[in-house]
Write a protein that binds this ligand. Structure first.
Ligand code: B12
Ligand code: SF4
Ligand code: SF4
Length: 205
């Protein structure tokens, strides 16, 4: 087994999907995806006392990331998460574009990546490494309209903020996942209606 296969195989034992991309610096990006479910809710955020907290990522992603990073370092390579728990919050890496280019799914009209197995429920993380990982060119997909969205506009019609146009969100400041209400414990109440109503791949997930 090659080193590439060992590292991606190890990552696949910890995460639901794994993709490899190459940065212009020559380093590799491992794109990791984990399904958010009611039992493993990655969408649990909050900002009590003004400090942004990623409760779901802290609980479910951080331990997996630690094991993966330890493994890659034990092979003699450097590796770092991009952003907190591999979530580039300021968009320094566009995880949806990377997911498309590494074959992990295609964008839906709700702008979210739809995966044939997990629908819109994958959450993505990125780690940067100098390990020699080869992008799988045959898996790469283009940024284009998604056949599963043909004839459907459920997400666009249902959006209470009118924030969606097909495959794009012209003004991100009006999305109700941006202007989140808060529970008494300081947990964000996200909207997510455009994901919950999406029928794509529901029967398979
Ligand atoms: C900023 C941000 C937001 C903003 C803006 C969202 C947006 N759609 O841009 C707000 C706060 C509103 C938001 C909300 C949510 N987000 Co958010 N967000 C991000 C973040 C940090 C950056 C995204 C970004 O770069 N946006 C900028 C826009 C310009 O980029 P873009 O969406 O790729 O837009 C491209 C297309 O529109 C394309 N395009 C334009 N015209 C056309 C036409 C056609 C035909 C096609 C095909 C394409 C196309 O060109 C644009 C530029 O490349 C990422 C994490 C990351 N670093 O990637 C998470 C991320 C995208 N969010 C995510 C999630 C899950 C959500 C929420 C569901 C809330 C939640 N539970 O966490 C909602 C969903 C709302 C929605 N429908 O998008 C996930 C998506 C996972 C997935 N399966 O795709 C990400 C990847 C985070 C993660 N770690 O997994 N988010
Ligand atoms: S609700 Fe319909 S149009 Fe929107 S992303 Fe899902 S399948 Fe595509
Ligand atoms: S999360 Fe809610 S407000 Fe934001 S685009 Fe989806 S349906 Fe609209």
């Amino acid at each position: 087994m090659t080193l590439d296969q060992q590292i991606t195989g190890y990552a696949e034992s910890l995460f639901d999907v794994v993709g490899i991309s190459r940065l212009s610096s020559g380093e590799s990006l491992l794109i990791l995806g984990l399904e958010s479910t009611p039992e493993r809710n990655l969408d649990e955020f909050g900002h009590p006392d003004g400090h942004f907290q990623m409760y779901g990522f802290e609980k479910h992603v951080a331990p997996r990331l630690k094991v993966l990073l330890d493994f890659i370092r034990s092979q003699g390579f450097s590796v770092e998460p991009v952003g907190r728990y591999g979530y580039p919050l300021k968009g320094e890496v566009n995880l949806k574009k990377e997911a498309i280019h590494t074959g992990l799914g295609r964008r839906g009209k709700n702008t979210i990546i739809l995966n044939p197995r997990y629908g819109p429920w994958l959450r993505f993380m990125a780690v940067k490494t100098d390990a020699p990982l080869e992008p799988k060119a045959d898996l790469a997909q283009a940024e284009e309209e998604n056949p599963v969205c043909h004839g459907c506009s459920i997400c666009i019609d249902a959006c209470p903020a009118g924030a969606l146009e097909p495959y794009r969100m012209p003004d991100i400041s009006i999305c109700l996942s941006n202007i989140t209400k808060m529970t008494e414990e300081g947990r964000s109440i996200l909207c997510d209606l455009c994901l919950e109503l999406c029928p794509a791949f529901k029967e398979k997930s």
